[in-house]
Design a protein around this ligand. Sequence first.
Ligand SMILES: [Fe+2]
Length: 223
Amino acid sequence: MPKKPSAEIPYRKPRAITDRLRKQVAEELPEIARIGDTALRQKVTEAWAFALAHSSFTSIRQIPPAGNPDTNEARRGDQTDHLRGVTRLAVAIAAEMGTAYPELAIDMDVIVAGGLVHDVGKAWEFDPVNRKRWKANQRQTGRPSIRHPAFGAHICLTVGLPEEVAHIAMAHSGEGELLVRSLECMIVHQADYTFWNTLLAGGQLKPDTVPPQTRKYITDKPF
Ligand SMILES: [Fe+2]
């Protein structure tokens, strides 16, 4: 058995999930009010309250506006700007495509819920305590031990969100290439990539966080 890391894991020592925290989440993500189904609305709130209470973060605003830790980080804003922007972009795609092709029968509640929780696992992956542990014990834990899509799906299922929404957390990013995305997941995935790629092409990502495969957008050297 390898030596146990001494660092404590915030997930193992959660804070209480209070009505105050739920109210704060609802204020940080006002698009929650756009969800028609009451139970779904409450579970989206619960997912973020659960994620924060099981992390070092006390607010979604403390999570940097980045796609992955230290990668594709916006010059300004915070993670709420990303979640809200992706949700509204996904709603716009769904509205346009749903009007042109009503037979798509897009579930708008799943779009909004999925947009708001697609990155709920970032409370784990971006947690500085976790990142320090992974960096110090990479051989033992992996780095990260679990990426935000898988951890987000875990949170969604834990708080009782439907499978369709957990699937969006699981498959919105690269993991989705390994499976077949649902219609609503494909829309959120496209909205997510549109968000980052628009900032990339517009010079609004911090240059030192742009990964090698897209660095051509931020350099004037020939490629
Ligand atoms: Fe995202």
